[in-house]
Design a protein around this ligand. Sequence first.
Ligand code: NAP
Length: 240
Amino acid sequence: MTDKKTVIVTGGSRGIGAATCQKLLSKGFGVLSVSRTEPLLDGITHVPCDLMDPDGRRAVFKVLAERDDLFGLVNNAGIATPNLIEEFDHLIYERVMDLNTTAVAELSAAVIPTLIKNRQGRLINISSELILGFPTRTAYSASKAAVSSFVKTWALELGKYNICCNAIAPGPVETDLFVKNNPPGSSVREQKLNKIPLGRFGRPEDVAGVVTFLMSEEATFITGQTLYVCGGSSLGSVPV
Ligand SMILES: NC(=O)c1ccc[n+]([C@@H]2O[C@H](COP(=O)([O-])OP(=O)(O)OC[C@H]3O[C@@H](n4cnc5c(N)ncnc54)[C@H](OP(=O)(O)O)[C@@H]3O)[C@@H](O)[C@H]2O)c1
């Protein structure tokens, strides 16, 4: 193990992932972005990878697992393809599940042996407040509920190696993904804004700050949790 702490962020090219890379970099972490397009920010190592290509991604994961300076993994890349349950489409469902859930398990499984060897590490899955349910998000909400569940099992399995595993469930955050599914002027966008007690949509930096906290020395006793970063919009719907 080296003194340098390197964190892998999937989907660091834009949105929440890009803000996360920037924040981690500012705190002194080495940062690798696993994405198809190159991140705009200097100082980040781009690992080109289409996470929807199972053979291609496994080859990349194998190389990443060989780095002995690995400290953290942020499973951030994700897609949402809204449709009603009666419009169920097997291909769409498979694509959402493959990127949002299967690739998360595969990449985590690949790097965990290195973290175990190092006797420290942090795994963070970016989930969503829509795990609580939302019309047109059958596949998306289920995929995000799965990654929230993953961290509970991983926390139990990996605590003895000093590896903390947590999920973050963002509410609406203004990114390409959000704008595509909630266009300016749409009623769904207005409804979502009205549900947020803090009266604004989230910014990518709001989530990036929490990822960085969970990577920090201040968060060494937090594991197996899903933290809602949602401006309060999940309140009234979260089971106690
Ligand atoms: N924005 C929100 O309101 C919100 C709320 C809750 C949860 N989330 C979750 O937060 C995460 C980030 O969302 P975002 O809003 O920042 O999305 P975004 O702006 O659309 O960015 C998505 C990122 O995922 C990467 N990605 C997508 N498909 C990929 C593929 N096949 N291979 C490799 N990388 C891929 C993209 O990189 P390339 O295109 O360069 O490959 C991009 O960097 C997602 O998991 C999302 O579900 C977002």
